[in-house]
Design a binder for this molecule. Structure first.
Ligand SMILES: Cc1ncc(COP(=O)(O)O)c(C=O)c1O
Length: 436
């Protein structure tokens, strides 16, 4: 979809003169004529600089679980920052937020970071320190942030990513040292046999298995029943730290995140996104036996802004709203969408899988009955997906154009929004299908 004249001429052109491509994350550049510039977000809606309104299902890549500009969060932050913003010393909001995280997720101890990238980076270092081993086992197609240790095979070329039993490690960017290749193992998600073989071959070197409990960066591809429990068992048997990367699932799919939703416990969890409704707070958390060793001169962890006032105050208010039922509201909306998508696609005989939990449903256009892993997903029809989403944009509904992203819902989305979205989806699918 072409952006409006004001967006393009007054803002995007100006932005490009100051920032490469005019954006601050490569994922945000959609083309010179397509990249939108936001004017404001209000509840479940987003307005661009040409005053077009969209129902927002990107929600900033997931964090905005309560809706944009949520009053409870804004009021708490406005009040909190009167005491100051950053002290590099512990303050009360930090303690209160940590207590709430403990009570919602059941973890023993938490430490803060500022982004999901930082949280997974710290968690991996802790796993290495805890085990005295170096290698990281991750899943093909999984994304855990921008640091060098996991930015491998996040979206590798297929064909080109190697034999399925031994996937190649493909760096996701130039600038990642080749030496790190030796420290990373990639396996397909949801395949017990390949995972077990890789662990048995090399467990003495494997510090951690880092797993997104459902693949939130692969259209919410779900684990098979018992798969996460199998990962847990292998980790227990081989002294490997199980890192559950809950950056997308935490404080979204259930109050206690994926640990509660799938009834499995990780050794370390990383949270970010929905914990603070869009304020930059991230968390590394876990049981005393793993977290307890963080201390002066044991395992390095810190950062100037870790636990700053605005982010922790926002988290306190967000978690209170979650305790009061925000996830149930966001979930009811997402459930209605997922049921509607399934019905519409069936009526139009378009093969697709609609998958994922209520607050983050994903769609893959595929002949397959179930999507288990990256290679299933990558063989789907992503051109069709992008065309459908583009047709939705034109009609005022904005899921992410990247088919790896699910539809994120929030507590501010209304029932009327769901009806409108489903009407738009039906029209968009019909339009794109008739042009194929
Ligand atoms: C599962 C997962 N881990 C880590 C990250 C990185 O988080 P951030 O963008 O806050 O650095 C993301 C971001 O989308 C993510 O989805």
């Amino acid at each position: 979809m072409k952006s409006g004249p004001k967006t393009r001429q007054m803002f995007h052109e100006r932005a490009k003169k100051a920032m490469p491509l005019g954006v601050n994350s490569n994922f945000r550049y959609w083309g010179d004529e397509e990249t939108l510039i936001v004017k404001k977000g209000v509840g479940g809606y987003l307005y661009d600089q040409d005053d077009n309104r969209y129902i927002d299902y990107r929600l900033g890549f997931g964090p905005v679980i309560l809706g944009h500009g949520n009053k409870a969060v804004c009021d708490r932050v406005t009040e909190a920052i009167k005491i100051g913003t950053s002290f590099a010393m512990t303050h009360e909001y930090e303690i209160e937020a940590a207590e709430k995280i403990k009570s919602l997720t059941g973890v023993d101890l938490v430490r803060y970071a500022n982004s999901g990238t930082e949280a997974t980076m710290h968690a991996i270092r802790m796993a290495r320190a805890y085990t005295g081993r170096n290698k990281v086992l991750k899943f093909e197609g999984a994304y855990h942030g921008f640091h060098d240790y996991t930015l491998w095979s996040c979206q590798p070329p297929n064909p080109g990513c190697g034999y399925r039993r031994n996937p190649l490690n493909i760096p996701h960017s130039s600038g990642i040292p080749q030496a790190i290749n030796d420290l990373v193992i990639n396996v397909p998600f949801n395949d017990e046999e390949i995972l077990e073989r890789k662990v048995k071959e090399g467990w003495g070197d494997i510090a951690c298995i880092i797993v997104e409990p459902l693949m939130g960066n692969l259209a919410s591809t779900m684990p098979k029943d018992g798969y996460l429990q199998f990962v847990r068992k292998l980790c227990d048997e081989h002294g490997i730290v199980m890192i559950m990367d809950e950056v997308k699932t935490g404080f979204r799919i259930a109050k206690g995140g994926a640990q509660e939703y799938f009834n499995v416990k990780g050794d370390l969890m990383t949270y970010a996104k929905s914990i603070a409704n869009g304020f930059p707070l991230a968390v590394i958390a876990g049981p005393e036996k793993v977290m307890g060793e963080i201390g002066y001169q044991q395992i390095a962890h810190g950062g100037t802004y870790c636990g700053n006032v605005a982010a922790t105050a926002a988290a306190c208010a967000t978690m209170e709203e979650i305790e009061k039922g925000a996830l149930e509201k966001a979930g009811a909306h997402g459930r209605k969408l997922a049921e509607g998508f399934t019905k519409i696609l069936k009526e139009q005989s378009i093969p697709a899988v609609v998958q994922g939990p209520d607050t983050m449903p994903g769609i893959v256009f595929t002949e397959k009955e179930r999507v288990n892993e990256f290679r299933d997903w990558s063989n789907g029809d992503h051109g069709f997906y992008e065309d459908v989403i583009e047709a939705m944009f034109r009609r005022g509904v904005m899921p992410d154009i990247d088919s790896r992203e699910p539809f994120f819902t929030c507590a501010a989305h209304t029932d009327e929004d769901a009806d409108f979205t489903l009407g738009v989806f039906e029209e968009a699918v019909k339009e794109v299908n008739s042009n194929r």
